[in-house]
Design a protein around this ligand. Structure first.
Ligand SMILES: *[C@@H]1O[C@H](CO)[C@@H](O)[C@H](O)[C@H]1NC(C)=O
Ligand SMILES: *[C@@H]1O[C@H](CO)[C@@H](O)[C@H](O)[C@H]1NC(C)=O
Length: 355
């Protein structure tokens, strides 16, 4: 925290940062998959690959704790929370024991889940994540009273990071080889996503940050299986198509729903820029997982049994499916403060300043 004397010395900067902090500590409610989960799966009866609460995960997290984040350190939600003035993202729903732990927001995300409730069997599916939010909203009404609770929810940010596992499962099941089936799959996915947004809107949510999907075909798990060692183009195409259709549907929805505001981030564009000019972003390796084993370190999960790299800050991938905290930080900065080539129609910062 800036001391009072440095406030006087650089008065305008100080006033600005105080204003941003005062406006900006809005609660955050988080929904989605392993890119956002921070511990909800830890005690769930799901396959090992949907868990991460063991070494070497968390090796760069404060205290070297493996919290259940799929990262060597923080994840993207943590960085967005930090830009908003919080030390870290909101607590996982599974860890909450007292109502006042809900006041800065709650994370409902579950690794392995998707937009479709049948994606990631055994994980906390999206319908249940939203039901869990509705339970929290009920507790907030009891704690704060009806109108204050409604105001709190309407001035919170709803972060949604999903669709990745739906596309992975579809690709594994079908190879995504049929253009007509792909179109139908993507349209159904976008429709279902809109239904979830409407459920949240009907529960009082007004401000949404939606993370788009990135280069799913480039994760080390898939490139390690590709004899050419290159990205799976059909899956990248699917991801791009999803973003085009989903962002258009969200735009239409926002013009129908009074008071709905949103930022949809073009993660695909961000990761293209990083992959094309990694050194501009301080990244040296965009191919190998830091933690894992086999080709590209992408053949097995990051567990205590495998090795990990020491130059984690210059790797794109932490493990076979997930980025390092360096990439979570860079993409979160782009989504929060970055140019509008990365966000439609506004950045997260603009979303927050308008609340
Ligand atoms: C979603 O989760 C709920 C609660 O676990 C479960 O009852 C429901 O069957 C799930 N839906 C699907 C399609 O798996
Ligand atoms: C590590 O390897 C041992 C012996 O093969 C195995 O029993 C254990 O389950 C492995 N642990 C993890 C986290 O994969």
């Amino acid at each position: 925290m800036a001391s009072l004397s440095s406030c006087f010395a650089i008065a305008t900067v100080c006033i600005l940062s105080v204003l941003i902090k005062a406006r900006a500590t809005v609660p955050i409610f988080v929904f989605g998959d392993s890119l956002a989960d921070n511990g909800n799966n830890n005690n769930l009866n799901v396959p090992l690959l949907d868990k991460s609460n063991f070494a070497h995960n968390g090796i760069d997290f404060p205290g070297r704790i493996a919290t259940g984040r799929f990262s060597n350190g923080f994840n993207g939600v943590d960085y967005i929370a930090r830009f908003l003035g919080f030390p870290i993202g909101p607590p996982p729903y599974s860890s909450i024991t007292k109502p006042n732990q809900m006041l800065r927001g709650v994370n409902f995300a579950s690794a392995g889940s998707g937009i479709q409730d049948y994606t990631g069997p055994g994980t906390i599916n999206m319908t249940t994540q939203i039901k869990n939010f509705q339970k929290v909203a009920q507790v907030l009404r009891q704690m704060l009273g009806q109108s204050q609770a409604e105001h709190t929810i309407a001035t919170s940010i709803f972060i949604i990071v999903t669709a990745n596992n739906d596309m992975f499962e579809y690709y594994f099941a079908t190879g995504a080889a049929n253009a007509a089936s792909n179109d139908q799959f993507i349209n159904n996915l976008a429709d279902r996503f809109i239904q979830h947004l409407m459920s949240l809107y009907n529960s009082g949510a007004r401000n949404f940050y939606i993370a788009g999907t990135g280069h799913l075909g480039c994760v080390p798990f898939l490139t390690s299986k590709n004899p050419a060692g290159t990205c799976i183009d059909t899956l990248n195409q699917l991801s791009m198509k999803y973003n085009t259709i989903a962002s258009a549907r969200v735009s239409q929805l926002s013009s129908r729903l009074q008071g709905m505001r949103y930022s949809y981030s073009n993660i695909y564009r961000m990761t293209s820029d990083i992959i094309e000019s990694p050194t501009l972003f301080g990244i040296a390796d965009v191919q190998n997982a830091c933690c894992g084993d086999g080709k590209f370190n992408g053949e097995v999960q990051c567990t205590a049994n495998v090795t990990y790299c020491h130059n984690r800050n210059d790797h794109f991938y932490w493990d076979w499916f997930h980025p390092t905290q360096a990439i979570y930080r860079i993409t979160s900065q782009m989504a929060f403060f970055g140019s509008l080539i990365y966000s439609t129609p506004i950045s997260i910062q603009q979303l927050v300043m308008g609340i």
